[in-house]
Design a protein around this ligand. Sequence first.
Ligand SMILES: Nc1ncnc2c1ncn2[C@@H]1O[C@H](COP(=O)(O)OP(=O)(O)OP(=O)(O)O)[C@@H](O)[C@H]1O
Ligand SMILES: CC(=O)N[C@H]1[C@@H]2OC[C@@H](O2)[C@@H](O)[C@@H]1O[C@H](C)C(=O)O
Length: 402
Amino acid sequence: MTRVIGAISGTSVDGIDVALVEIAGTELDLEVNLLAARTHPYPHTLQEEILAVCGGKPLTMAALAELDDAIAGEFARAALSLLPQQLPVDLIGSHGQTVYHRPPVGSRDNGSRRLGYSLQLGRGEAISQLTGITTVSNFRAADIAAGGEGAPLVPKVDRALLGDRQKTRCVQNLGGIGNVAYLPPRSNPHETPEPILGWDTGPANSLLDLAVRRLSRGQRTYDRDGAWAATGTPCEPLVERWLQEPFFQHPPPKSTGRELFGPDYLDRCWQEAQSYALSDEDFLATLVELTVASIAVNYRAFLPVQPDEVLLCGGGSRNLYLKQRLQARLAATSNKPVSVLTTDDVGLNADFKEAIAFAVLAYWRVRGIPGNLPECTGAETPRLLGEIHRVPRRSRASIECQ
Ligand SMILES: Nc1ncnc2c1ncn2[C@@H]1O[C@H](COP(=O)(O)OP(=O)(O)OP(=O)(O)O)[C@@H](O)[C@H]1O
Ligand SMILES: CC(=O)N[C@H]1[C@@H]2OC[C@@H](O2)[C@@H](O)[C@@H]1O[C@H](C)C(=O)O
């Protein structure tokens, strides 16, 4: 068994999720046992700075370096906070904090393809120095270098941990951004397996969280359990209009981020809602409907077979109203019954699945196993993901002494 800590702060910038796992096996025989997990909150000023930078605030190079190391320091603290009662850890897989993501553009066929660009802060070399633990980081670069989107990277882990022998499953992450992994039934070893698919479906909570902050004048950061939106009524004509967004119609591979579904996007939604004279709760309910309708539209347009089960994960899986609306929307657009569950229901922690996934990706990296699926990211080939930062000889620096 190898003991690995996986760490990620996602597009919601709500804190660093860390998970300590024991891992054995390789791919389809992979075994993962969760030992401990927690969310380490960012200090408030750091969180506000990250959100500002994601929103386009300009930075000097010196300020960028400071921010990179401040984030690495928090990732190191988050990882070390899992250690006290536990046995030694072999490896950290740190995704870091995405502050900018630009998908590739242009076509390979006519040579106009421009590589994507994705920047995660919280450098791995600092985390390894601060924790004394070998750290794998910068997971997206190798996929992007191979012409890929650099995201989503989790579907190969989803296949290993959540694939079923009989059922067609979709694993739907509902973070700031939503992404899906399509897992056809695991065929018997003699059949050619159907490909796993995966892509970003669009906004999950990013627009909702921004709207809640705005409507509550900064008093609330999210709509707990969807209770506020549940008192409203979605405005269907507005949902239909918003579904014309080209990203939803674009065939996979595709990825996105707060650069598209961020504050400016919410402003446009807000302006367009004015002519319908919606109440605050109607506006929130309409944004929830956009999230679930965009997922249903993506499934209908791009999945070879509609799923038997949708397994939700990420913070949005706790939004009861969103879950209920997704069930209703999929029932209306699918040609067969669909169960909407969470990954907890099949034994994988829904809040920490992404952190667990980056532990697995780091484990694969040091064993020489590629982590990306070209059919999901659009990369030319499977690649080893991440840079390995081994512990410097003079081992762990004290975080307090920085
Ligand atoms: N009880 C809850 N009720 C409603 N929404 C919730 C609840 N708990 C969390 N959320 C939502 O989930 C969001 C955080 O989800 P998560 O931590 O999965 O996002 P992330 O990892 O930052 O994003 P991404 O997967 O896009 O990188 C919060 O911002 C909030 O909107
Ligand atoms: C650039 C970036 O950080 N993308 C994230 C983001 O958050 C959700 C969605 O957009 C997803 O595709 C991706 O993360 C997950 C962990 C992934 O790569 O699978």
